[in-house]
Ligand binder design. Sequence first.
Ligand code: NDP
Length: 238
Amino acid sequence: MNDTKTALVTGANKGIGFAIAQGLGAIGFTVGVGARDDARREEAVERLRSAGIEAFGVALDVTSDDSVAAAAATIERTAGRLDVLVNNAGISGRTDGGAQDPTTLDLDVVRTVLDTNVFGVVWVTNAMLPLLSRANSPRIVNMSSNMGSLTLQTGPIMAAYAPSKSMLNSVTAQYARQLADTNVIVNAACPGYVATDFTGFNAPRTPEQGAAIAIRLATLPDDGPRGGFFDDEGVVPW
Ligand code: NDP
């Protein structure tokens, strides 16, 4: 088997996803930059390459079945297998007009957020599993948030976004149980509160700091934890 490991990061054109791609590239992964916009994807690939990283673009809108299938075909053609999948793409959803106040909740916003943050993860994961199963030590990392923790109940009230991450955590546990007897290790990560477009760049942590836990979970040893939820400090309560 070719020794060079390949990773796919969804939503890798900016923010935490770009930092994950950069971090994995820096430790020797060839990185598939999953992004839906052609110009933003190519610009990110160029930035990574100019930093000495082996990167290739993967056209990928996680809400489109066709796009996800085409992305799997691109990885198969380019690398023949996949070692790491980081499901990072995510959206907060609209909040104007009480759209995410539970008492005035706009269910269209809930559907849109679930489509990207949960169903997108399932579509991408299932399309990539055949390629992951060709790797010796496949890893899947789902980028969640402590806002999805029912124990912590932290952050602003956002009745579409926070439940989407609770469901993502639950889906992560289902995958880990189903894949318990395989070499595929699946975990969820919380990046902390990170300065990106997502937060209006008004947060204390850098994208590199936010990326660190995803990189750690993407490179776990074969006896590493499965089906957990982690941040830099350790286990995050469900
Ligand atoms: P950004 O808004 O900076 O980046 C989000 C990325 O996801 C972009 O590349 C965006 O692409 C992509 N994306 C969104 N929808 C789709 C789609 N349908 N298909 C493909 N790509 C898509 O956010 P962050 O980097 O801050 O967030 C990354 C992840 O971390 C998210 O899952 C978020 O929920 C999570 N997170 C972030 C926190 C923070 O403090 N920033 C805290 C906790 C969790 P495009 O440029 O085309 O829009």
